[in-house]
Write a protein that binds this ligand. Structure first.
Ligand SMILES: Nc1ncnc2c1ncn2[C@@H]1O[C@H](COP(=O)(O)OP(=O)(O)OP(=O)(O)O)[C@@H](O)[C@H]1O
Ligand SMILES: [Mg+2]
Length: 268
């Protein structure tokens, strides 16, 4: 038995529910979801389209009000509409300001926080370098590729040094090659800071590449169906990992369970 103390719990979700009302009809989007995420853990929330992944993430981010249950971050209940200071959010769509350059987009949160210009410049330059964007500081988002824009989005959140990172399919719109590239970028950045991450995806390969744990949701109404540990050592090579027998084994194990939910989602 290990003597190491168990890692402290950063996110605790208990009996979480969300019912939307649209056109006079109630839609149960999330039904009795419970799970915990420990400090420094990288967790993927996986499930078919419409199963309630974004709804859960948005409730943790205080953007949507739960219909029931509770969300604790570092032991404190979160309050709808009041962002938790240790939490950062990376959206699916890049939400860059088209009228701001790369450096001004990345530095935006520091500007809002009143960080002095000299410190801002240093931190932005470092972020640009870490994201592999050297030489693009003065470019506007329209002159960047999709992958580059996502790097800027990522750094715009990471520059505030959030200890907890919520990510909603940030690479969902990218082609396979660019997505792999972004996995390498994210793994490299995460290795340095080891944030606690809740990463929403419907891509099992992505979940296995990045996460320590995969929480699988059922088709709507979204419930937690399974919780898998991912066995790859770190640091990981996002490309080589996919050639290993362990990858094939884990993919197959989770795919079966996920496939049942895809089938339900497509049932007439
Ligand atoms: N504001 C809303 N009003 C009404 N229904 C909503 C609203 N937001 C989400 N829903 C419904 O709740 C369910 C869950 O939606 P959610 O966006 O959380 O799914 P998701 O798992 O993130 O899907 P995807 O992978 O397609 O992004 C869906 O049936 C959706 O139609
Ligand atoms: Mg979604």
């Amino acid at each position: 038995m290990s003597d190491a103390a168990p890692a402290r719990c950063r996110i605790e979700i208990k009996g979480l529910r969300k019912t939307f009302t649209a056109r006079g009809r109630d839609i149960v989007a999330v039904d009795d979801a419970s799970f915990q995420i420990a400090d420094g853990e990288f967790v993927a929330l996986l499930g078919p389209s419409g199963c309630g992944k974004s709804t859960i993430l948005n409730m943790v981010a205080t953007l949507i009000e739960p219909s029931g249950g509770s969300i604790l971050v570092d032991g404190m209940p979160v309050t709808f509409g009041r962002p938790t200071k240790q939490v950062g959010y990376v959206f699916q769509k890049d939400t860059l300001f088209p009228w701001r350059t790369v450096e001004d987009n990345i530095g935006y949160a520091l500007e809002l926080a009143g960080v002095p210009v000299a410190e801002r410049r240093t931190r932005v330059a470092e972020a640009i370098h870490r994201a592999g964007l050297d030489g693009f500081a003065k470019f506007y988002p329209t002159s960047l590729s999709g992958g580059m824009r996502q790097r800027v989005s990522l750094m715009r959140t990471l520059i505030t040094q959030p200890e907890i990172l919520l990510m909603d399919e940030p690479f969902g719109a990218l082609d396979t090659h660019t997505k792999l590239e972004m996995h390498s970028v994210l793994l490299g950045l995460w290795e340095r800071a080891r944030q606690t991450v809740l990463f929403v995806t419907h891509d099992l390969g992505e979940a296995l590449t990045l996460a320590d744990r995969v929480i699988l949701m059922s088709a709507r109404p979204g419930r937690i169906k399974d919780d898998f540990q991912v066995g790859f050592e770190r640091p990981r090579d996002a490309v080589a990992l996919r050639e290993t027998p362990l990858y094939a084994e884990q993919f197959q194990r989770i795919w079966h369970s996920l496939g049942q939910e895809f089938a339900k989602g497509h049932a007439p």
